[in-house]
Design a protein around this ligand. Structure first.
Ligand code: CA
Length: 224
């Protein structure tokens, strides 16, 4: 029996990835480090610090210091806030959330994001859907995706087992985290990566959009 659905946030509930990618790319370029936009879709779900370490290792052969990580992540977050007003919702997300809510199941948000402007506005954007207790952000975990820790914490907060849950994720590392937590995982491919990357990460089902998932979510929940 499925008792809960765990949702990733960026690229699932918010159409925010293009703005994150732009903010990362501009911030990292301002440090004189080269990267390309696809990098950030592949890194998606990691903590900011883990992303910065990968880019530092590429450029300098070392991890970033805690101070560097803090400064760079703050700069990236500030840039994101300048270009994203937190109102661009993913098409179809309201319908998916409503279907889960209507059937009496719990809704949990599990994000690697440390961007309070986005998770702080979930209630305004999706009124009556979320319970503040059932939110996992970058602040709650030490490892972050692709480690299963965020999803395991989400299960614990909701008081359910992996077998009673479904995850909805758009990013390869997020899918890996959910699968490593033992949860049936739906990939919604809202970005530019090929479906095969989501499949290889372990997604059991792949949909091209939240709107198409909305047409199928009730049946999936009933038949798991
Ligand atoms: Ca995501």
């Amino acid at each position: 029996m499925i008792h809960a659905v765990l949702f990733d946030m960026d690229g699932v509930l918010y159409d925010s990835m293009p703005d994150h990618v732009r903010a990362w790319h501009e911030t990292i370029l301002s440090l004189g480090i080269q990267s390309n936009e696809e990098d950030y879709y592949l890194f998606e779900g990691m903590t900011g610090g883990a992303t910065i370490d990968i880019l530092f290792n590429r450029a300098y052969g070392r991890n970033a210091s805690d101070t560097e990580k803090e400064q760079i992540y703050r700069k990236k977050s500030r840039r994101f806030t300048e270009i994203n007003d937190c109102t661009r919702l993913m098409a179809g997300a309201t319908e998916v959330l409503s279907a889960v809510k209507r059937t009496g199941r719990k809704i949990i948000v599990v994000t690697g994001s440390g961007q309070p402007t986005l998770f702080g506005n979930l209630d305004n954007n999706y009124p009556g859907i979320f319970n503040k207790e059932l939110l996992v952000t970058a602040d709650d975990v030490t490892k972050g995706k692709p480690d299963p820790e965020p999803y395991l914490l989400g299960l614990r907060k909701a008081g359910i087992t992996a077998g009673e849950a479904i995850v909805v994720e758009n990013a390869p590392l997020g899918i890996r985290a959910a699968v490593a937590a033992g949860i049936f995982t739906i990939g919604v491919n809202t970005g530019p990566l090929p479906d095969s990357i989501l499949k290889d990460a372990g997604a059991s089902l792949i949909f091209p959009s939240m709107s198409i998932l909305a047409e199928n979510i009730e049946e999936i929940m009933e038949n798991r």
